[in-house]
Design a protein around this ligand. Structure first.
Ligand SMILES: [Zn+2]
Length: 428
């Protein structure tokens, strides 16, 4: 086992400057913004919760509502070598240097979603289309990436120390973590050309999608999860460990397309969901089926909060709310994906009240955003922190304007949907 603490790479040196430059133009970021998450934090900033100025869900629970911390369960082990023992392998040299791509839910009807750019919902900035995703996926696979769970990279031992695993990758291949943020099919997205939920079918987990023009509803592969599932059926060597990706969930609009949060949709709420019990049972069935298919779940906070700006107390209340509303459906998790990419620290290793609380709440893996480098990681004493590369209109535009990092995964020009606005990101 190698033990590198606080391993920073050469790539990091370029981060600080890029970060400052990007953040300078990001109205969403305060001066506390960490330098580890440059353009990406801006990307997440409005995109994930839909570029709504009030993308953070309101409503902090009063102390009396806040549940007691749920003691984190033992983290599930993830494989460190291919399930097929006949595959020739080699050991990955640095577990703090594993690329991580993230997406939001995919645009199915580009005409409708991009038409809406005037409304400020930011779909062109923060989302990619199904066609774009299909093209990217093929190229990512051809470049030799294989899907891996972040949990395959290491775990916290009994003494609380994060210990890396010896990760065996198929010879000549490169490990890649995939994550998808905000798989809630938020209320604001309705009618805008996206799927509306995930559901279990005889053929696996699929999406429900209603065509905004014809109003016809169909069930099929309209978002990252079912598309990757189908891709792996054709190319099993793309997921040699059986793991596919991480689904990052908030709680304020429910999960997976079901309006399940008791505090928002319960009988005493302003907008009760009469089917909340059934919907919660259905969402749980979907979550279990996704887990069986190699998907894992992360917290993306309950209210899509900014961890950089939030007080330790706010973080605590929000985390407790996630554990109350979301954890019963998807199970406990030790993965935390920061909304807006807004980290609790810049380059220095974690310490202090926020980290102590999050660690106490059971998080061992922390993910911010950085679209300027193909991989960045920091191995702390008790955690692994990784940067995720945002794949969206903003990063596509940056790549076409000359930023190189995206080319490690696919050729940006070749994947562009002809329906995408000429500005690509939609903002200019
Ligand atoms: Zn988000």
């Amino acid at each position: 086992m190698r033990s590198f603490s606080n391993r920073l790479t050469a790539a990091t040196a370029t981060l600080s400057l890029a970060g400052v430059l990007a953040l300078a133009g990001c109205s969403g970021s305060g001066d506390e913004s960490p330098s580890t998450s440059p353009s990406g934090s801006a990307a997440e900033a409005s995109g994930s919760a839909g570029a709504e100025p009030n993308s953070e869900a309101s409503g902090t629970p009063t102390p009396s509502e806040a549940p007691k911390d749920v003691k984190p369960a033992a983290a599930p082990k993830a494989p460190t070598e291919p399930l097929d023992s006949k595959v020739q392998t080699e050991v990955w040299e640095d577990n703090a240097q594993v690329s991580h791509l993230f997406f939001h839910s995919l645009i199915v009807d580009a005409d409708t979603a991009f038409k809406d750019r005037e409304s400020g919902k930011g779909y062109a900035d923060y989302m990619v289309t199904v066609d774009e995703f299909n093209k990217m996926l093929k190229q990512i696979y051809k470049k030799g990436y294989v899907l891996v769970s972040p949990r395959s990279l290491g775990q916290v031992d009994k003494s609380g120390k994060f210990v890396t695993n010896e990760l065996k990758v198929p010879r000549g291949k490169k490990p890649l973590v995939l994550s998808i943020d905000d798989v809630s099919y938020y209320e604001y997205m309705k009618g805008d050309g996206f799927a509306t939920n995930l559901k279990v079918t005889d053929d696996g987990v699929k999406n429900t999608y209603t065509d905004p023009k014809t109003k016809k509803t169909s069930v099929g592969d309209y978002d990252v999860m079912p598309i990757v599932d189908e891709f792996v059926k054709k190319h099993p060597d793309f997921a040699p460990y059986g793991n596919k990706g991480v689904i990052a969930l908030t709680g304020y609009n429910g999960v997976l397309g079901y309006r399940t949060s008791p505090s928002v949709y319960g009988p005493k709420s302003d907008d009760p969901n009469k089917n909340i019990k059934q919907d919660t049972a259905t969402a749980t069935t979907v979550a279990n089926a996704l887990k069986d298919d190699g998907w894992e779940f992360a917290s993306h906070s309950w209210g899509h909060i900014n961890f950089t700006k939030s007080s330790p107390e706010r973080i605590k209340q929000d985390t407790q709310r996630w554990k109350k509303d979301v954890q019963p459906i998807v199970g406990p998790t030790n993965l935390l994906i920061y909304p807006f990419g807004a980290d609790i620290s810049g380059l220095p290793p974690y310490s202090g009240a926020k980290y102590n609380y999050l660690k106490h709440a059971g998080f061992d893996f922390y993910f911010n955003v950085d679209g300027s480098t193909p991989a960045w990681g920091q191995l702390g004493d008790g955690y692994l922190r990784e940067a995720r590369f945002n794949v969206d209109g903003i990063s596509l535009k940056a790549a076409l304007d000359g930023r190189e990092a995206m080319k490690s995964f696919f050729d940006p020009k070749s994947v562009l949907d002809p329906k995408r606005p000429k500005s690509i990101s939609g903002t200019s």
